[in-house]
Design a protein around this ligand. Structure first.
Ligand SMILES: Cc1cc2nc3c(=O)[nH]c(=O)nc-3n(C[C@H](O)[C@H](O)[C@H](O)COP(=O)(O)OP(=O)(O)OC[C@H]3O[C@@H](n4cnc5c(N)ncnc54)[C@H](O)[C@@H]3O)c2cc1C
Length: 536
């Protein structure tokens, strides 16, 4: 029953953005650090070779080319997505986690996200160092094309005329000061964590620096089944390597630690499989034969998996004669666009298709609800004629409808989102849409909803399921919250040396989550290192 092999100071589970940041900083601090990832390669630099033929002969995999973002929804060449026996949601299981397949949108959360929704030690003033570290280490750009031109701007111009000229939004650099601190009525070009016309992100920055260090090791194809523990002390992890049926164990040193960075769905699952969670769920898991620890050894932590959040999404299809739509192709891009990309890292394939983004807050009593709009380059479903673009409207910070990370009979995470279970959420988002519709120019026509709809009609529309409404965007977060599941050092309640550092600990953010998750991971490492030797 003993764990064999190397003894580590820190084992980090999961190479998503949070796990990579945590592992890099832990190794930088001199800790002997092991990063484990269940998936395989993604970017070309990690060994990823899946790609369409037009990339043959280059040092690019499909992951490196930003314009191939939308093709992930129709084509899983390279097995980047998690299999259905891993998680019941659309998530990536590969080096980089979801940052290897996402759109790369990289927006700094406003100061209010920390000040309003985070505990002491995590307020905006406390986050400044962490923010600066991420901004310094992770490049980003609002002008991804290497020829310095902006592409697909007809949709941007139409949106600007609408939102800036008519609705009173300020056109800003969205991560500049002060718009990085306050996302009230701001509009601008999207910002992505791309570099040199290619996808960047933590795999290209933090992971690269970690890999330079002799005290860091990275192992892919290694799935952690459970954290091994003796009471409240984590001792190591049980792993399954490359799908083999036998398991082995990797141990940590006395005084070492385990950090779960498996993401907002899989960190709760992993904790539950380790006998930490709501006793009702653990009983079911045990009855189905998935628990190796007896009920006497369970740790009662009802915050595990509770109050998970995803942004409710609404697609509004908009048409204008002045707009040229653009749909991306995986295997067959227009030849001139492929050439522009291959020869100059320029043109439409240097970005994921978003042409603008904007935010506002809708007041509700003492609180306020963040709302985001992101405009893409083409129509969707029944509305794909030229001239059509899609506006994604998300509800963000301050929303009050949460779900739960449940486990199915196989013990696999099955999240519920419970959109609009608090009716104020739907009212806020409908008000946001109503406000901007008041300023719609006659030249821009919503196709799937009446521009003259009342707030009540919009509320009903967004909260009735259709292919355009009640959508998940897979920005899962908030499933292991401060105070309920972890303490303010991100340590699992009831454990001495087990931490959760990923989207699970982050509250619903005003912005797309990755930049906020990386900032939170930086802050978490500062807090964990601050604990010194008081771990065990
Ligand atoms: C289609 C899509 C588009 C998105 N677009 C954007 C965007 O443009 N901008 C943005 O900010 N956000 C976007 N997101 C969301 C964002 O990518 C995620 O919120 C973020 O990556 C979560 O980070 P994380 O570190 O919590 O974990 P994840 O990125 O989920 O990574 C977790 C990693 O842990 C591994 N893992 C899990 N369990 C185990 C285990 N037991 N053993 C070993 N390894 C394990 C997984 O395989 C995975 O690689 C998008 C998400 C999706 C799905």
């Amino acid at each position: 029953d003993l764990c064999a092999g190397d003894e580590w100071d820190v084992i980090v589970i999961g190479s998503g953005p949070a796990g990579i940041v945590a592992a890099d900083r832990m190794s930088e601090a001199g800790k002997k650090t092991l990063l484990l990832e269940q998936g395989g390669p993604s970017y070309y630099s990690t060994g990823g070779r899946a790609r369409p033929a037009w990339l043959n002969g280059t040092e690019l995999s499909r992951v490196d080319v930003p314009g191939l973002y939308t093709s992930i929804f129709s084509n899983n060449e390279g097995d980047l997505m998690c299999a259905s026996d891993v998680v019941n949601a659309y998530q990536a299981c590969t080096v980089g986690g979801n940052t290897a397949i996402n759109a790369g949108l990289f927006f700094q959360p406003p100061a209010s996200d920390w000040d309003w929704y985070c505990p002491e030690g995590w307020k905006n003033k406390d986050m400044q160092c962490a923010i600066e570290k991420v901004r310094t280490k992770q490049p980003s750009t609002d002008k991804p094309s290497q020829d310095g031109k902006r592409y697909l701007q007809s949709g941007f111009e139409a949106a600007k005329q609408w939102l800036v000229d008519r609705a009173g939004y300020a056109e800003v650099g969205l991560n500049d000061c002060p718009s990085s601190h306050n996302k009230t009525k701001v509009f601008g070009h999207p910002i992505w964590n791309y570099e040199g016309g290619q996808r960047s992100g933590p795999v290209k920055t933090y992971l690269e620096s970690a890999l330079q260090r002799p005290n860091f090791s990275f192992q892919t194809g290694t799935k952690v089944l459970r954290v091994r523990r003796d009471g409240d002390v984590a001792k190591g992890v049980d792993v399954q390597i490359n799908g083999a049926s036998n398991t082995s164990c990797i141990s940590i040193k006395e005084g070492g630690m385990v950090i779960s960075s498996a993401g907002a769905l899989l960190s709760p699952q992993l904790l539950m499989w380790s006998g930490i969670g709501d006793p009702a769920i653990l009983s079911k898991l045990s009855a189905n034969g998935h628990l190796t620890v007896t009920s006497q050894e369970w740790i009662n932590n009802t915050g595990v998996g509770d109050n998970v959040f995803d942004n409710p999404n609404t697609f509004i299809e908009l048409y204008s004669q002045s707009i040229s739509s653009y749909a991306y192709s995986y295997s067959d891009p227009p030849p001139q666009d492929a050439q522009l990309y291959l020869n100059n890292r320029s043109g439409t394939y240097t970005f994921g298709g978003q042409t603008s983004a904007f935010w506002d807050f809708i007041p509700q009593g003492d609180d306020r609800i963040g709302c985001q709009g992101t405009i893409g380059s083409s129509g969707f479903r029944d509305y794909t004629d030229n001239g059509t673009i899609t506006l994604n409207v998300y509800g963000t910070s301050g929303l009050r409808s949460f779900g739960r990370v449940n486990l199915d009979d196989n013990g696999i995470a099955l999240p519920s989102s419970n959109f609009y279970s608090d009716p104020r959420d739907a009212t806020a988002i409908a008000t946001f849409i109503h406000n901007i519709f008041q300023a719609l120019p006659p030249t821009l026509t919503p196709l799937n909803v009446d521009r003259n709809s009342s707030v009540q009609e919009l509320t009903t529309w967004i909260s009735t399921w259709s292919p355009y409404t009640m959508g998940n965007v897979q920005h899962w977060s908030s499933s292991c919250r401060f105070g309920a599941c972890v303490d303010t050092n991100t340590r699992v309640l009831g454990m001495s040396n087990l931490f959760v550092v990923d989207a699970s600990i982050v509250p619903p953010l005003t912005t797309n989550p990755v930049m906020g998750i990386m900032i939170a991971a930086e802050r978490a490492v500062e807090r964990i290192l601050g604990l010194g030797s008081s771990l065990s």
